[in-house]
Design a protein around this ligand. Structure first.
Ligand code: C2E
Ligand code: CA
Ligand code: CA
Length: 703
């Protein structure tokens, strides 16, 4: 048998009731409980028992009736602790009830605190009842016999002051609670306890009331001798003499520090981020509102908002682990605090999203300068576990009146501007404008449509041939994905691949491309006996987060696709992101016979030294590189040295985007191995592949 406790439950969800009862039983309580669902039945039941607590759901219909219940208890002077059962998402909203007579708030998804709260409330209820009895008793008996020193109930902390507020008596409990000895207190003013939560005006009001002979009751935060504080639920009873004037006050305190601390923790958790200690989004929005209000009424303090996001943070979590990710977030938060002026309000909006609100700048331009300096500071190396980590962040700016005047709109606009900055170039700053909003809107729409595209057969694959210019053969193709949108027509992969990467759809899309390529290999090589290999482009999300090696082995085992008929293309920036992770994946692929091409070489860092570090089969020189090349130019020497270096390392070289015969001739003279481009053919549908090959060789025979 557990400790009996009587609870009146207002709830219409039987699962919740079951959870509550189970939680109480699991923690040694033996609940006597009754469940009611309407105000009428509640009103009838509340008088039935000496309830230890009322637990009330914050869902409708109870939610709108909570004030009615509280009013009823208050009117009827019924003292039963009320504990609300809130949904986690409404937690901060429901916190406001803590001020209107509710004793505590419990998260219905996390009932861990339930028993502790019930026990605490019952303890306090017992105290209050004892105290009430003591108070009534005191009041009556003291009035009658005018006795000054009184043996008071041990449970309470008691002090007596004279008409001027000088302490004339304290009991042992008072001395124990405050840390002062009795003799240190006698003769002092009550101000010795500093009552940290009340202003001078508050005290004037209290004095005015008790001087008139009225009993005062309230909560006071006092400071102990050692500087720590304690909360006391206090009743001050004034005693009037024959002439009607007060000659002494008796104060009865009850220590409620535990409850106050629990309350403070709850409030803190609801408004601050656990990891960094920064305000969270809810509190931040409230602060922006305040600043907007101040700006509207005084016309000073122009609110400018900065939204800051760490670039490629997901990869940090992925490669270094979540713990390192957390450390980096804490360091970022610290840097934001150090960098910002004292008027700055800094928040962590969630994940690697931070925001700053400033009100001391006069114009957007100053905001841009500020953001640029901030990003520079954030780019300083971060020491972590013996390494130095280099990170960049991107920043979006919005300001009052710039496309919006409400806190949430301002914040959303700053986030839009931040996404825009990232989409242009990571590590940069963008100021919000209307066009960005439209673009984001468009992208969201496209992204939504993309989710349906695979199932609706709108995605398909084109193939572009690659010509071996030394042997005059076509055996190698690149698979390029296509999307025919039902309304917009063809959408370029340059447009939707980044969206597919953001949304994770790139994973099923790449699997689809691989399966399609396998179909072509079956048709061309296995059925027709024409040797072919097809290259598939891999995004970082696929390369790092999926097991591409297993995908290919599976394709081989399931469909008999030879490894040598498959190639993968990765970009330089992908390869460089994390060499320790990249190299073994590439080696494994090469070991089984899959060729690996480094795509778009010449657009990124184009570091020749990386060519050496990576296990590769092919280097593909980007088309932009070709457009400027003329015989004898600086670019042509660079091209020659890339080709030579690749050859030295045993890689073959494909030049992309060959459109003119002159480019072809030049590349031949530079000993380039293969070319891809419109000169040979645009990407074509799968059914055109075999006719293309036949046509190519028959033309050759004729020549
Ligand atoms: P990429 O991998 O560099 O592909 C080559 C792009 O150049 C293709 O554009 C191709 O149509 C185009 N191209 C080929 N020859 C010429 C030429 O002579 N002149 C010009 N101006 N362009 C030429 P596309 O098909 O629009 O693809 C764009 C990019 O989208 C690709 O660039 C690739 O990065 C990405 N992509 C395409 N398919 C996939 C895929 O299945 N997965 C992933 N992850 N990315 C893909
Ligand atoms: Ca490619
Ligand atoms: Ca390319």
């Amino acid at each position: 048998m557990g400790i009996p406790i009587s609870v009146l439950i207002l709830e219409n969800d039987s699962n919740s009731v079951f959870d509550l009862v189970r939680e109480m039983k699991a923690n040694g309580l033996s609940p006597l409980y009754k469940v009611v669902e309407t105000f009428q039945s509640w009103e009838a039941t509340v008088h039935e028992e000496d309830w230890d607590a009322i637990i009330c759901s914050t869902r409708e219909p109870f939610h709108s009736e909570i004030p009615v219940y509280l009013q009823y208890l208050n009117d009827k002077k019924i003292d039963i602790p009320v504990i609300l059962l809130s949904d986690p998402e409404d937690f901060s909203k429901n916190l406001s009830y803590m001020k209107s007579g509710v004793n505590d708030l419990i998260d219905r998804k996390n009932l861990l605190r339930l028993t502790e709260v019930l026990e605490r409330e019952r303890r306090e209820l017992v105290y209050r009842k004892e105290k009430n009895t003591t108070e009534t008793f005191l009041y009556q008996s003291l009035k009658e016999i005018q006795l000054q020193k009184f043996a008071l109930d041990q449970a309470n902390i008691v002090s007596i002051t004279d008409a001027n507020g000088i302490i004339t008596y304290v009991n042992e409990a008072f001395s124990k609670a405050t840390g002062y000895t009795v003799s240190e207190l006698i003769g002092q003013n009550h101000r010795i306890l500093k009552s940290a939560d009340k202003t001078k005006e508050d005290w004037t009001k209290i004095w005015e009331s008790i001087q008139k002979g009225k009993v005062w009751r309230g909560e006071i935060r006092n400071i102990k001798k050692d500087g720590s504080d304690y909360w006391a639920d206090t009743t001050i009873v004034p005693f009037t003499g024959q002439d009607g004037s007060v000659f002494q006050y008796i104060a009865i305190h009850h220590d409620i520090t535990d409850r106050k601390l629990a309350e403070q923790q709850l409030t803190h958790d609801a408004f601050y981020d656990n990891l960094t200690g920064l305000p969270n989004r809810a509190l931040f929005l409230a602060r922006i509102e305040q600043k907007i209000f101040a700006y509207n009424s005084k016309n000073t303090g122009y609110p400018i908002l900065f939204c800051i996001n760490i670039d490629n943070f997901k990869r940090i979590n992925h490669s270094l682990g979540n713990e390192a990710g957390d450390q980096i977030l804490v360091i970022f938060a610290e840097r934001l605090k150090q960098f910002s002026d004292s008027d700055a309000i800094i928040t962590r909006l969630g994940a690697d999203n931070f925001s700053i609100l400033l009100t001391h700048l006069l114009a957007i331009d100053e905001g841009v300068n500020y953001a640029l300096r901030l990003l520079e500071r954030l780019g300083d190396p971060i020491p972590l576990g013996g390494y130095e980590i280099y990170l960049t962040a991107s920043c979006g700016i919005s300001a009052f009146g710039l496309g919006g005047k409400d806190a949430d709109v301002l914040l959303r606009n700053a986030e839009i501007a931040m996404f825009h900055a990232k989409s242009q170039k990571v590590g940069t700053v963008s100021v919000f404008n209307q066009a960005m909003q439209e673009k984001i809107h468009f992208q969201l729409e496209i992204q939504n449509d993309l989710k349906k595209a695979l199932n609706h057969n709108e995605i398909f694959v084109y193939y572009q041939p690659i010509l071996d210019i030394k042997e005059n053969k076509i055996g190698h193709w690149e698979a390029l994905v296509r999307w025919r949108h039902p309304q917009r027509g063809m959408v370029s992969p340059a447009e939707f691949i980044p969206l597919a990467e953001d949304s994770g759809l790139i994973v099923p899309i790449t699997r689809f491309v691989l399966e399609q390529a396998a179909n072509v290999i079956e048709e061309v090589q296995i059925k027709q006996g024409l040797p072919i290999s097809i290259a598939v482009n891999l995004s970082p999300q696929v390369f790092f987060d999926q097991n591409i090696f297993h995908w290919i082995v599976d394709l081989h085992n399931r469909r008999g696709i030879p490894y040598t008929s498959l190639q993968v293309e990765i970009t330089e920036s992908l390869a460089m992101k994390n060499l320790t992770e990249t190299v073994p994946i590439l080696s494994n692929l090469i070991d089984i016979g899959v060729k690996v091409a480094l795509d778009d070489f010449g657009t990124g860092f184009s570091s020749l030294s990386y060519l050496e570090k990576l296990p590769l089969s092919i280097v593909k020189i980007d088309k932009s590189f070709l457009s400027n090349v003329e015989e004898g130019s600086k670019e042509s020497f660079l091209l020659i040295s890339i080709i030579n270096m690749a050859h030295d390392l045993g890689y073959s070289v494909v030049a992309e985007g060959v459109e003119e015969v002159e480019q072809l001739e030049l590349l031949k003279s530079y000993e380039c191995d293969k070319i891809q481009g419109y000169w040979l053919s645009k990407p074509i549908a799968s059914e055109e592949v075999i006719p293309f090959i036949h046509q190519f060789y028959s033309k050759q025979e004729k020549q």
